[in-house]
Design a protein around this ligand. Structure first.
Ligand SMILES: Cc1cc2nc3c(=O)[nH]c(=O)nc-3n(C[C@H](O)[C@H](O)[C@H](O)COP(=O)(O)OP(=O)(O)OC[C@H]3O[C@@H](n4cnc5c(N)ncnc54)[C@H](O)[C@@H]3O)c2cc1C
Length: 366
């Protein structure tokens, strides 16, 4: 019997598997397809990412460094309000490559990572969990572990099988690419999608990404076409995925715990979940003892201590996306300029670094 069976080899799954295996646990990871595929993510992350990937990975994964964002209340022709730093704020990375590198790191630490294993049922018993995985051609395999980590994304099978509560909301996100290289310093954010936004991300030699997210039923595809038409581009490699917002009150049972999108550990104002998920994975690895189910309560409080305030403040930022346009315009005009905030931490709006930057603003760099 394994100590942990981890369902899903996205960033939090592989991160947890790596840490738990390195600490001496016997870890099995079941991934339904090939690690990293299909792509449904921009891979736009803060510098904190480099604390989570092996040192040798940076050069291969980094596509472009970003210094800030131009916010628009309308389309590309509308006035832009830039928010920027003088050093890079964030990174555009090869997301598929990152998932693969993290899975290799989990394997190197001793985890048994198996692709082509789709978990189809989960049964929780008094002393163990039993998992059934489909392996193709109608064949299934069964596994047992002391505990199960549901790292299987926004529509988590583990969550549903164990009757854990659903996230507050599932947005529908889409993105596609124009191959024209662009190593621009700023991403563009358009507050044109209901309750969320559309974006343009320069990805260096990998081209330009256009994307949009909104609640389901808002005809996301038509809105996406309107965005690319307004930019006058034709895109290909269209991808689509769900973005969970609003973690439920409970992400653990007696022998199961959720991490990442399965637990809706995302930034409510961007939908970004790569770093929040891996932060929660570290909290899980540091608190959960597979031989002691009581430690699951420690994980519930540890990840909320780490991320709860940022998620609450993130909801407040998101509510600004629904303000009337004149108020948005006035707010962006008043606040734009050089900033000192950390893109994953809304609380950094109150930080001495940001306040110092606000009060000593000078002309933007050419
Ligand atoms: C359009 C879009 C753009 C985004 N852009 C960003 C961004 O720029 N920055 C950012 O931080 N976040 C972004 N996100 C969010 C980010 O993609 C997620 O937060 C992140 O991928 C969460 O990782 P995860 O491993 O929890 O889930 P996932 O990445 O969904 O991984 C879950 C894994 O579980 C596997 N799996 C699912 N079901 C099963 C099963 N039954 N059996 C076995 N395996 C299973 C899947 O194949 C997958 O590998 C974006 C999301 C979308 C939709």
């Amino acid at each position: 019997m394994y100590d942990f069976v981890v369902v899903g080899a996205g960033p939090p799954g592989s991160r947890f598997a790596r840490r738990a295996a390195a600490a001496g646990s016997d870890v099995l990871v079941l991934e339904k397809g090939r690690v990293g595929e299909p792509l449904a993510c921009s891979g736009h992350v803060s510098d904190d990412i480099w604390e989570f990937v092996p040192d040798d990975a940076r050069e291969r994964l980094l596509q472009n460094s970003v210094y800030g964002a131009r916010f628009h209340v309308g389309g590309p022709e509308s006035r832009a309000s830039p928010f920027y730093k003088r050093e890079p704020v964030s990174n555009v990375i090869d997301r598929v490559g990152m998932d693969r590198r993290l899975a290799v790191a989990a394997r190197d630490a001793g985890a048994d990572v198996r692709e082509g294993h789709t978990v189809v049922s989960v049964e929780e018993r008094a002393d163990r969990v039993a998992v059934e995985a489909s392996v193709g051609d109608g064949d299934t395999e069964r596994f047992e572990a002391r505990m199960i980590a549901g790292c299987d994304g926004p529509t988590s099978r583990v969550r549903r099988s164990l009757d854990l509560p659903e996230p507050d909301e599932l947005l529908h996100g889409v993105l596609a690419f124009d191959d024209e290289p662009d190593d621009g310093d700023l991403v563009d954010v358009h507050l044109t999608a209901p309750t969320f936004f559309a974006w343009r991300i320069p990805r260096g030699d990998a081209g330009v990404e256009y994307g949009l997210a909104a609640p389901p039923g808002e005809d996301v595809s038509a809105r996406f076409d309107a965005l690319t038409d307004a930019y006058g581009v034709t895109t290909d490699r269209f991808c689509s995925g769900a973005i969970p917002i609003g973690p439920p009150d409970r992400v653990t049972t007696d022998r199961a715990f959720l991490i990442g999108d399965a637990a809706a550990q995302t930034k409510p104002f961007t939908g970004g979940g790569i770093l929040y998920g891996m932060t929660a994975a570290d909290a899980a690895a540091e608190t959960i003892d597979p031989a002691d189910p009581d430690t699951l309560a420690d994980y519930e409080s540890a990840w909320r201590d780490e991320l709860g305030t940022e998620i609450r403040l993130g909801h407040a930022i998101r509510s600004c996306y629904s303000l009337p346009e004149p108020i948005q315009r006035a707010g962006l005009w008043a606040l734009s300029g050089e900033i000192g905030v950390h893109m994953d931490r809304p609380s950094s709006v109150f930080s001495p670094t940001h306040l110092r930057t606000l009060f000593s603003r000078s002309d933007p760099p050419e």
